[in-house]
Design a protein around this ligand. Structure first.
Ligand SMILES: NC(=O)c1ccc[n+]([C@@H]2O[C@H](COP(=O)([O-])OP(=O)(O)OC[C@H]3O[C@@H](n4cnc5c(N)ncnc54)[C@H](O)[C@@H]3O)[C@@H](O)[C@H]2O)c1
Length: 295
């Protein structure tokens, strides 16, 4: 059986959806799941509680661990809460999973472990310089996976900026897309902080789920794989695409830059490609597809 943690969240819900068709799979989350077909498969509980974790991993062969506190801002406001959900919960899962003999443990980390890239595209060997408590807690989870690798097969996946119809406007990664769409739907131009030349590697959730599936089959024990598209898109280009889809003939509004905003970000995906991964993200086409589903 596969256990997907964070299954009521954005990426976790797509992961569970993918695996229920092929395997016996269940999810766990602090929150109930709002997706109709998954509702009954996701049970509620808190991974910070070791006794609870011990019970839920009992008959499990594979753990795909996505549950996390994902807000950078909240991680500054309450770094202890962040560490409990991102580090302690991960240790609980690793310890309980290795005790009961779970076969494989896939940990979803984040490009936030790199901090401000020294070079792009960023490969897995790039220095790790997280610039928020969130980045630190995600990196700590990776290190725990690494040291548990002699007890349990662990593979780490580092997604860049994941977008989907279920993204939350407050999500630090792709919230910008949801915010732009929500503005243009109200007939308003997107607001860009800074000059708009900052870049991100926006990857559609289907690609992330594909890499998780590949990592499960062929990912090497103790290894880390970036998942992105290998393409940089500036925030200005993104704003233009979104305005174009909405047929808004206007210019974006520019506001002052945000403190700590990373200038450039883009994944080197050569290592994932060697496993057979090939991204299919087409930013414009995928945004057109999800446009109507975002409020
Ligand atoms: N969204 C992105 O672009 C992106 C990029 C890189 C990495 N990630 C990582 O991917 C994973 C999923 O991100 P997401 O965008 O789907 O976020 P999300 O907030 O939508 O999902 C995370 C889920 O984890 C659950 N959760 C948190 N603490 C928990 C606990 N103690 N017990 C049980 N459940 C708990 C939350 O309730 C939430 O539903 C996270 O680990 C995140 O760090 C996301």
């Amino acid at each position: 059986m596969i256990l997907v943690t964070g299954a009521s969240g954005q990426i976790g819900s797509y992961v569970l959806e993918r695996f229920v068709d092929k395997h016996d799979a269940v999810g766990v989350d602090l929150k109930p799941c709002s997706i109709k077909d998954l509702k009954d498969l996701v049970f509620q509980g808190d991974l910070r509680n070791y006794e609870f974790v011990r019970k839920i991993v009992k008959d499990v062969d594979i753990v795909i661990h996505l549950a996390a506190q994902v807000s950078v801002e909240n991680s500054w406001n309450d770094p202890i809460y962040d560490a409990e959900n991102n580090i302690i919960a991960t240790i609980n899962l690793l310890k309980a999973s290795s005790n009961v003999g779970v076969d494989k443990f896939i940990y979803i980390s984040s490009a936030a472990v790199y901090g401000n890239p020294r070079y792009v595209p960023v490969d897995e060997e790039h220095p790790k310089n997280p610039i928020s408590p969130y980045g630190v807690s995600k990196l700590a989870g990776e290190y725990y996976c690494k040291i548990f690798a002699d007890k349990i097969h662990t593979v780490v996946v580092r997604p860049f900026n994941v977008f989907s119809a279920r993204m939350d406007p407050n999500n630090p990664y792709s919230g910008v897309i949801a915010k732009f769409i929500s503005r243009v739907k109200r007939g308003l131009p997107p607001i860009i902080y800074g000059d708009g030349k900052q870049t991100r590697d926006f990857v559609y959730v289907k690609d992330v789920v594909n890499l998780i599936e590949i990592a499960l089959k062929r990912g090497e024990n103790g290894e880390v794989y970036n998942v992105g598209t290998g393409r940089e898109t500036s925030i200005l280009e993104l704003a233009k695409i979104v305005m174009d889809i909405a047929e808004i003939n206007d210019k974006p509004v520019f506001d002052k830059p945000r403190k700590g905003d990373i200038r450039r970000s883009c994944a080197d995906i050569s290592k994932a490609r060697k496993l057979g991964f090939e991204p299919k993200t087409d930013l414009r086409k995928d945004l057109e597809e999800i446009f109507e589903q975002i409020d």
